[in-house]
Ligand binder design. Structure first.
Ligand SMILES: [Zn+2]
Length: 673
């Protein structure tokens, strides 16, 4: 029976596969050429380097590994550098100092009254590169350990004297060093894991950094990270007496460069426009999935597409395909700040376009950025079983509605149907997902420019930002699937014919999304016992266009506050704030708020905390802030922006909230009222 049915079943499955945007011929050509093993091997080469933003090792991996390979494959490629010195700003971001890291060790040297105590080594950089806090200042120091809890705010130091001693803390190293060393006179810091942070991996060391600014260089110091087991060992020693540790770091902090690598496959019709593929090349030595994997996968993409075009198995692209390996955030922010064409095709100086005097046709032609879309590959090589994670691609937020979501979900489905494995990879079952916009990598910067952008990644990966993120957690099969999916989507975009397709797809993408959201809000209404007034007034053109007639769900708990209300918009002369800086905005920009503003800010951080409530699209404050500012184009009123945010995230946000936010941003000169 089995044998008899094998053939018809196969035929059935291929006949049942749907039509896709990317043609079968193109997809198959890519799937046959793209090698998961090659992407994994690129990754293996990259992880030999301690690749910290602005560091000489980051320049070395760009010059020794990425560039020569691209050139050997026949691609047009080059290195680009920008100053990085702890004081040069790119928009609101202060570039990191260059960190030349050579060696580091941390020892427990004595416990009081124990004469025959044998010193214990807690960290050696050459064994576990992540055990030295990134950007630690070189030097040698020793002192008694004082546990200051999180150690990131003044109250952690009340009744404790760390002067001339070593702070033992669980907070973020940059904050701990600023408090313990700069404010309270500690000589160095030792960071241990927070109590509930992955307790089932007690030997894991976390990634952490001190991020000193140029003006702090003289006073700052260095830090080390220890595992949960090492912390337990220290606590047990501290119960026996005063514990002294000695840290020694051989490193130099100073002026250096952010190093980027570019490669291009030039477009035949519109070389000035480009599909951009990004991956951040930085992160500590051995760190594989984050993000040597994205970098290695993009290298194999460049090789694959170039080789297929050379062999005439793929048509040359109409628009340029641009590959870019960057120091995360800082390198990308420096790049878009220094390349006007990344922000706007044409000669506009304003980082955001002054659209007023343009006809709609002109807007379409001129006012668009030269970047058609960005696919940002960040953590793409995971063995999904070992890391207990699944692959995702993020959708764009409502501030950048785009065809990209529809294209990617189709390419994802096509890749799933192809059942791709690599010869040396796993046969893990593949459950990829399209997810709402999530922040935290270079796609954020392009979305802030109005460029449709996505992040490809894996989540929840328990090894993320730890010493457990190693090459054995990668999988050639996963590399192959994601490399093929990204290459297929890229090929389709680079063959773009014109604005009409783009517009049509944008609209259909929006329509699907709005419809889904309406369905979702109804479901949420049900969850809250039908206690929801779904009052979608004509908030946006899109909604008006679609004639979304929202029904009011009758409250059966009359008198109680509905779980959310979407306010209607009154028209007339309304305040229409406009951004004055590129997004995202660094936290550093909010350090000098007035007391009142600081209080409101803290309340919002509390209200929109990461893990509060369970709504499916509940944003944290950082995300809400990003999206609110991205809507501030000088044309939308604060009432409209409130309506858009409320509709996007199903939140009770009103005009007063947006006005309050605009007041704070305007005081910091980040938006114009
Ligand atoms: Zn990353």
């Amino acid at each position: 029976m089995k044998i008899r049915f094998a053939l018809p079943l196969l035929l059935l499955s291929s006949a049942a596969s749907a039509q896709h945007l990317v043609s079968k011929e193109t997809f198959n050509a890519i799937a046959q050429e793209y090698s998961g093993e090659a992407a994994q091997e690129n990754t293996r080469q990259i992880i030999q380097y301690h690749r910290i933003q602005g560091s000489p090792m980051m320049a070395a991996v760009a010059k020794d590994v990425v560039l020569p390979r691209l050139e050997a494959w026949g691609l047009e490629a080059k290195i680009e550098q920008f100053p990085s010195d702890g004081k040069t700003r790119y928009q609101t971001h202060i570039s990191p100092m260059a960190w030349d890291m050579r060696s580091g060790e941390l020892w427990v040297e004595s416990v009081s009254d124990q004469k025959d105590f044998v010193p214990i080594r807690l960290c050696r950089y050459s064994d576990v590169p992540m055990c030295v806090s990134t950007y630690s200042k070189g030097g040698e120091w020793s002192g008694e350990l004082v546990d200051v809890g999180r150690g990131a705010s003044d109250k952690d130091y009340e009744g404790k004297d760390v002067s001339g001693k070593v702070a033992l803390a669980s907070g973020y190293a940059a904050n701990v060093v600023r408090q313990a060393v700069l404010k309270h006179g500690a000589v160095g810091v030792v960071i241990y894991p927070a109590a509930l942070d992955r307790p089932d991996h007690p030997d894991m060391v976390r990634y952490n950094g001190t991020w000193p600014r140029a003006e702090e260089l003289e006073k700052t110091s260095g830090g080390f990270q220890i595992s949960a087991n090492q912390y337990a060992q220290l606590k047990s020693l501290m119960r026996q007496g005063a514990v002294r540790v000695r840290g020694k770091i051989d490193a130099t902090l100073g002026a250096g460069s952010l190093t980027l690598v570019h490669a291009w496959i030039r477009g035949t019709e519109h070389p000035e426009r480009e599909v951009l593929i990004t991956a951040h090349l930085d992160h500590p030595k051995w760190s594989a999935n984050d993000n040597a994997s994205g970098s290695g996968a993009v290298m194999e993409m460049a090789r694959t597409l170039h080789a297929l075009i050379e062999a005439k198995k793929l048509a040359p692209p109409r628009v340029t395909i641009h590959f870019m390996w960057v120091p995360e955030y800082f390198g990308t922010m420096a790049y878009v700040s220094n390349h006007p064409e990344a922000r706007r095709c044409g000669s506009w100086d304003d980082p955001r376009d002054p659209r007023d005097w343009l006809t709609p046709e002109r807007k379409q032609l001129i006012a668009a950025p030269c970047i058609v879309a960005d696919i940002n590959m960040d953590m793409v090589g995971e063995d999904t079983v070992k890391t207990n994670s699944r692959f995702y691609a993020t959708r764009t937020p409502d501030s950048v509605p785009s065809f990209l979501d529809a294209l990617l979900s189709d390419a994802m489905e096509q890749t799933r149907e192809a059942r791709l494995y690599a010869p040396t990879g796993t046969h893990n079952y593949w459950l990829p997902e399209m997810i709402p916009y999530t922040q935290g990598s270079d796609h954020d910067i392009f979305l802030g420019l109005g460029v449709p952008a996505t992040m490809f990644g894996h989540d929840p990966d328990w090894t993320h930002h730890t010493s457990e993120d190693t090459i054995d957690k990668t999988d050639a099969s996963e590399f192959r699937r994601i490399g093929v999916m990204a290459s297929a989507a890229t090929t389709w975009m680079a063959a773009f014919k014109g604005d009409d397709t783009e517009r049509a797809l944008t609209l259909s993408g929006q329509a699907t999304r709005r419809a889904a959201r309406v369905g979702q809000s109804l479901a949420v209404g049900k969850k809250f016992g039908s206690n929801a007034w779904l009052n979608f007034c004509p908030l946006t053109e899109t909604i008006r266009d679609m004639q979304l007639q929202m029904e009011t769900v009758k409250s059966d708990r009359g008198g109680q506050k509905p779980c959310f209300i979407l306010q209607g918009v009154s028209h007339g002369p309304l305040p229409s704030p406009r951004r004055l800086t590129l997004l995202p905005i660094s936290d550093a920009a909010f350090e000098s708020l007035s007391t009142d503003d600081k209080k409101w800010w803290a309340e919002q951080q509390q209200r929109f905390a990461d893990d509060s409530e369970g709504l499916p699209t509940k944003p944290n404050f950082g995300l809400l802030l990003f999206e609110a500012i991205n809507f501030m184009d000088g044309h939308r009123s604060t009432a409209e922006i409130a309506g858009l945010l409320a509709a996007e995230y199903l939140l009770d946000i009103d005009q007063a909230w947006v006005d309050r936010l605009v007041g704070i941003l305007a005081a910091q000169k980040l938006v114009a009222k």
